[in-house]
Ligand binder design. Structure first.
Ligand code: VGL
Ligand code: ZN
Length: 195
């Protein structure tokens, strides 16, 4: 039996793209690839999830309140909007993360939809068994999401042409990829799925 797949797009937002508050170098370069994955998943009628980092003004995530990050992705601001070249179909399931002032909320498994339903409960309701993970940043939200997905029993494909890292320390991305693969994530590119 074929196992049911879903596509996850993590935090492809203005503030994580070049010119944004926490711009990931070349973060915008993955967008054309993500758009191709979207087409494949749409054509096959498979679910597509997209998270947005969606912070309140005051959160322990930010430097001013004890965290490590400059202010970014404040709810309902331009920086928190999806990067304009990202082509999300209307059936995309939208998730909000980092919404609680006392948590970083790096993982998509800490995200919820507009009705407060968790990513996990939505995946279960749809019968998803394998998650194809793309987005920003590979050394933070993608990494935490992948670890949680594996812990929860999902298979994970890491879309190597559709992820990029912040690299606060050099090689953070490389290290993150190694960790994810060690835990069981499989690296693939568009070519592997005929794209
Ligand atoms: C992220 C840093 C701060 C991410 C979110 O989406 O990877 N990184 N907030
Ligand atoms: Zn954040």
């Amino acid at each position: 039996m074929k196992i049911k797949k879903a596509l996850l797009i993590v935090d492809v937002q203005n503030d994580f793209c070049p010119g944004g508050a926490l711009g990931v170098p070349e973060g915008d370069k993955i967008v054309p690839y993500i758009n191709k994955y979207i087409k494949i998943f749409s054509k096959n009628k498979l679910p597509i999830f997209a998270t947005r980092d969606w912070h309140p003004i005051k959160t322990k995530h930010f430097k001013d309140f004890g965290g490590v990050w400059l202010v970014h992705c404040i709810q309902n601001t331009r920086g928190a909007q999806f990067y304009p070249k990202l082509r999300l179909p209307k059936e995309t399931i939208l998730l909000y993360k980092g919404i609680y002032p006392d948590k970083d909320g790096y993982s998509a498994f800490e995200a919820e939809n507009e009705n407060g339903m968790s990513f996990l409960s939505l995946l279960k309701r749809l019968g998803v068994e394998e998650i194809y993970i793309s987005g920003l940043a590979i050394d933070y939200c993608v990494k935490f999401t992948t670890h949680d997905a594996i812990r929860q029993g999902f298979k994970v494909k890491l879309l190597m042409d559709a992820v990029k890292g912040v690299n606060l320390r050099p090689n953070d991305s490389e290290r993150a990829i190694k960790e994810m693969v060690k835990k069981g994530a499989k690296k693939i590119t568009l070519k592997d799925i005929g794209g």
